[in-house]
Design a protein around this ligand. Structure first.
Ligand SMILES: C[S@@+](CC[C@H](N)C(=O)[O-])C[C@H]1O[C@@H](n2cnc3c(N)ncnc32)[C@H](O)[C@@H]1O
Length: 494
């Protein structure tokens, strides 16, 4: 039975959509967003979102009808991490959900007035991931395309924040790692005896199919050797990063979308992988420091007020938020979180999940909705209730999907408020997001995040400059122009 609130929303949704919708009992399906789908052929033409086959599709078409929407295939390779796994520093830790290192240079070429007349750039990424934005920005400084850089990054996952902070300080500060000393940590680790109670209590490490026991022991021994070594902070961070680069190759697990998947392969010897990772790091660290750059990467949430950025200081806020597609980053990067000691027990693990954006249903979030008590609450309701109203009430996932849509909209309005405050007049907020299909196979519910976020940005005060469809994603179970991944440009009017 739908709750009173759901029933009320469904009724409101029908009024706005102007038609009754009878849902039949249907089979529930997992939400889908496949970031590895092949590209459809695209044109440079303005995109038309007509003939949407579902009421939700028509709702998104109506919300976006006054904005410029284009097919922009030139961005297709940039919304995925093209080139990152071969590029110095970017390659230290791969995030499948990252965008390309080439995105920022392309944007700066396309929107030249992002950079001020004195060729300085103040840039913010509130969802830093593995630091693609900031490492690319530092490359712009190193190549002389900009002459001064101030960067602010936020990341809620302490392991990913550590990756970004280590990458950016290495890219800015230069200096070579003490590679011989760091490689000798292996000899210390080999002498270390690891007691069973020292092994991480995460069950994944206890499963011999995933991790041979001696590999887990070697990872723990390495961590102890790194923690106890008499070395400087920079060297310790490089060694810890090399340890993080060792975890997945030392297992039979592979990150695959929203899960860690078993793969029938021989796990690599941890000590050898660790030394190779150190060599790779040493190869990439530049010799010279860049004094004209100042980049701060904080461990914190994009939902915290202020972001640590002086109001009106930023030229560009650039990010890709978690998409509402069920990817739970705490889960996907859990082995590194535990192996490096960022999380020590299940309570800390749950707490970490609680801090993340409400883009996944892995936990019942404790945060309340803010928008119902906000003067703009009616605008948000008008945006999301027509979607919530179309969720098949007999789906097992109905309640969690409703909660996710409301929570996601609430959180992203907070993010756009903070972005608006951080930006100068005339500054840009650019984001990349993929749309996802939820609901059931007979009654799919499209969450057009590109449109939803643009409207939330508008509610926060931005002007929607353009929605650029980087790629469309072939989906058989829904015929909609909104099955796509986009780059959206918002502007704080001068
Ligand atoms: C799509 S990824 C960003 C990838 C990044 N653009 C890159 O290229 O590496 C989204 C990131 O948002 C982070 N995240 C989730 N909730 C957050 C929050 N409340 N505040 C800050 N970061 C958060 C996730 O941990 C994840 O790293």
């Amino acid at each position: 039975m739908p709750t009173n609130r759901t029933h009320e929303k469904r009724e409101r949704s029908r009024r706005w959509l102007g038609q009754p919708q009878q849902q039949q009992p249907t089979q529930a399906v997992q939400p889908s967003f496949d970031s590895h789908s092949s590209l459809e052929s695209s044109s440079q033409e303005p995109a038309e979102a007509q003939n949407e086959s579902t009421a939700v599709g028509r709702h998104w078409a109506q919300v976006s009808s006054s904005w410029r929407t284009h097919h922009s295939p030139q961005y297709a390779s940039m919304v995925v991490p093209t080139g990152n796994s071969d590029a110095p520093i970017h390659r230290w830790f791969h995030l499948k959900e990252a965008y390309s290192k080439d995105l920022l240079p392309s944007l700066l070429a396309l929107l030249p007035n992002i950079v001020t007349n004195d060729r300085s750039l103040t840039i913010v990424d509130p969802f830093s991931g593995v630091g693609t934005t900031m490492v690319s920005a530092i490359e712009q400084l190193r190549s002389g395309k900009i002459s001064r850089l101030r960067g602010y990054g936020l990341e809620v996952n302490p392991f990913l924040q550590f990756v970004t902070a280590t990458k950016t300080s290495s890219a800015l500060n230069g200096a070579a790692p003490a590679i011989t000393t760091l490689a000798s940590l292996v000899a210390c680790a080999q002498k270390t005896r690891v007691a069973p109670e020292e092994l991480p209590s995460l069950s994944t490490f206890g499963n011999e199919r995933f991790f041979p026991r001696e590999h887990v022991e070697q990872l723990v021994a390495l961590r102890r050797a790194i923690d106890e070594a008499d070395i400087g902070d920079a060297d310790r961070n490089w060694a810890r990063l090399a340890l993080a680069m060792t975890v997945e190759p030392a297992s039979r697990l592979r990150r695959d979308g929203r899960t860690l998947r078993y793969e029938d392969r021989a796990p690599l010897a941890p000590y050898e992988v660790f030394v190779r990772a150190l060599e790779r790091i040493a190869e990439d660290v530049p010799e010279l420091a860049l004094p004209s750059g100042d980049v701060q990467i904080r461990h914190g949430s994009a939902l915290n007020p202020g972001w640590g950025v002086e109001p009106g200081a930023a030229d560009l806020v650039l990010f890709s938020p978690p998409y509402p597609n069920n990817i739970d980053y705490t889960e996907v990067y859990k082995t590194e979180l535990w192996a490096l000691g960022f999380v020590a027990n299940q309570d800390e693990f749950r707490e970490q999940r609680q801090r993340t954006l409400r883009s996944h249903p892995s936990v019942k979030f404790r945060r309340e909705l803010k928008y119902p008590n906000d003067a703009r609450g009616g605008d948000v309701t008008k945006l999301i209730d027509p979607v919530i109203g179309e969720i098949p009430s007999d789906s097992r996932y109905a309640k969690s999907l409703e909660r996710m849509i409301e929570g996601y909209a609430d959180d992203m309005l907070t993010v756009f408020d903070a972005a608006y405050k951080a930006l100068r007049q005339g500054g840009f907020c650019v984001y990349i997001v993929g749309n996802s299909v939820h609901g059931t196979s007979e009654a799919p519910v499209m969450i057009a995040s590109d449109v939803m976020l643009a409207r939330l940005g508008e509610i926060a005060g931005f002007t929607v400059e353009s929605i650029n469809i980087a790629r469309t994603l072939p989906r058989r179970r829904i015929d909609s122009a909104f099955v796509r991944e986009s780059l959206v440009v918002l502007r704080k009017e001068a």
